[in-house]
Design a protein. Structure first.
Length: 325
C-alpha cells in the first residue's frame, strides 16, 4: 500500500495546480501503481522506461493539419512507390547477344554465336569443327565417343593417340615398341610370332636375308668345270672366275652384279662359250691360235683378244698369248 504521507502530498500538489477531478484520479491511480511496483522491486525498471519515452501531450484534432498530414503520407507513399519502380528492360543492352542473330540463321543451317554472328553449323563458335551430331564439345573436352590425347587432340575412343599403336582392343603402346610376343626388326618395326622381318626369309627355324641362299632350297647339278654358287638368294652354276674381281681375268672382264657373272665389256664379244677371252666386236670369230677373226675364211685377217698379244707361230701361223697378272 502507498504510504499515507505520500498520498497526501500528491493530492495537495494536484489541488493547488488547479487540476480537474479526472486528472487527480489519474494521478492517484499512478501513485497507487508506483507503490505496487516499489513493493515488488520494479520501480527502477518503471522509472527507466518513463525516462526513455516521455509522454507527449495530446492535442486537439485539427482538420487542416490532418488533411496536410494525410497528403503528406500519401506523398511519401507515392515517393516510395516511385523509388522501387523498375525501368523498362533494354533488349539490346541486356547482354543477350543471341537476340541480335537473324531469325532465319538456324533455319538456313547456320549457328548463332555471341555478338549476333551467324556461322556455318559445321563449325562451333570457337572455330572448331562441330561434333557429328551437330553439338559442340565443352572447352577442353571432346565429342561423345572420343577421348582426349596429349596435345589436346581428340581421337575415337577405340583408336590410339598419335605416336601410339594398338596391341589388342584395350592396349596402346608407343610406335617404337613391340607388343607381347612380337619380334623387333632391324628397321624398327615389329612382326608377329613365326614371321620374318621385311627383307628376310625363313631358313629352317630362323630368318635370314633374302639375298642369302638357304641349304633347304633347290640346287642345280653343275657340269664339270663349273661350281655351285649363290646369286641373289638362288643357287646357280657359275665359272670359276665369276667372282666380283673376275680373277685372274679382271683386266678385261667386268663383273655383272645382276647375273653374278664376269662378262666382256661393251664393244666386245665372248671369243668362245665357256672361255674368259673377249674379241673386238668387228672380229667376233674364234680362230686357231686363240685369235679373233673378221671372217672365218680369211685366217690372215685376225687380231688378238682383249689384253692379249701375238706370241710366236705354230706351223707357219701366228697365235695370241696372254700373261696372267
Amino acid at each position: 500500500m502507498v504510504e499515507a504521507n505520500q498520498f497526501d502530498l500528491v493530492a495537495q500538489e494536484l489541488s493547488h495546480s488547479g487540476s480537474s477531478r479526472r486528472r487527480v484520479a489519474r494521478a492517484l491511480a499512478g501513485a497507487l501503481l508506483t507503490g505496487v511496483a516499489v513493493r515488488f522491486g520494479l520501480v527502477e525498471e518503471t522509472i527507466a522506461k518513463s525516462a526513455s519515452k516521455p509522454k507527449q501531450r495530446k492535442r486537439r484534432p485539427n482538420h487542416t493539419h490532418g488533411t496536410a498530414q494525410a497528403a503528406g503520407k500519401h506523398s511519401k507513399k507515392h515517393t516510395k512507390q516511385n523509388k522501387h519502380h523498375k525501368k523498362p528492360k533494354d533488349e539490346n543492352s541486356s547482354g543477350d547477344d543471341f537476340a541480335l542473330c537473324s531469325l532465319t540463321c538456324e533455319t538456313n543451317g547456320g549457328r548463332c554465336c555471341s555478338g549476333g554472328a551467324c556461322i556455318d553449323a559445321k563449325y562451333c563458335c570457337d572455330g572448331q569443327v562441330a561434333c557429328p551430331d551437330g553439338s559442340c564439345p565443352v572447352p577442353g573436352g571432346c565429342c561423345e565417343g572420343e577421348w582426349m590425347c596429349p596435345g589436346n587432340i581428340c581421337r575415337p575412343i577405340d583408336a590410339c593417340c598419335p605416336g601410339f599403336k594398338s596391341c589388342g582392343p584395350t592396349t596402346c603402346i608407343p610406335d617404337d615398341q613391340c607388343c607381347d610376343g612380337e619380334t623387333p626388326c632391324p628397321n624398327g618395326g615389329c612382326v608377329a610370332p613365326g614371321q620374318c622381318c621385311p627383307g628376310e626369309k625363313r631358313c629352317f627355324s630362323e630368318c635370314i636375308p633374302k639375298d642369302v641362299c638357304c641349304r633347304d632350297e633347290p640346287m642345280p647339278d653343275c657340269p664339270s668345270g663349273k661350281t655351285l654358287g649363290c646369286c641373289h638368294g638362288k643357287w646357280i652354276c657359275k665359272e670359276l672366275w665369276d667372282t666380283p674381281t673376275c680373277d685372274p681375268y679382271g683386266k678385261w672382264l667386268i663383273y655383272n652384279d645382276e647375273t653374278c657373272a664376269c662378262e666382256c665389256p661393251p664393244g666386245s664379244v665372248t671369243q668362245l662359250a665357256g672361255e674368259p677371252f673377249c674379241c673386238p666386236a668387228d672380229h667376233p670369230h674364234w680362230g686357231l691360235g686363240a685369235v679373233c677373226l673378221h671372217d672365218v675364211n680369211n685366217q690372215s685377217d685376225f687380231v688378238c683378244p682383249l689384253d692379249c698379244h701375238v706370241c710366236g707361230s705354230s706351223g707357219g701361223s701366228s697365235g695370241c698369248c696372254w700373261s696372267p697378272h
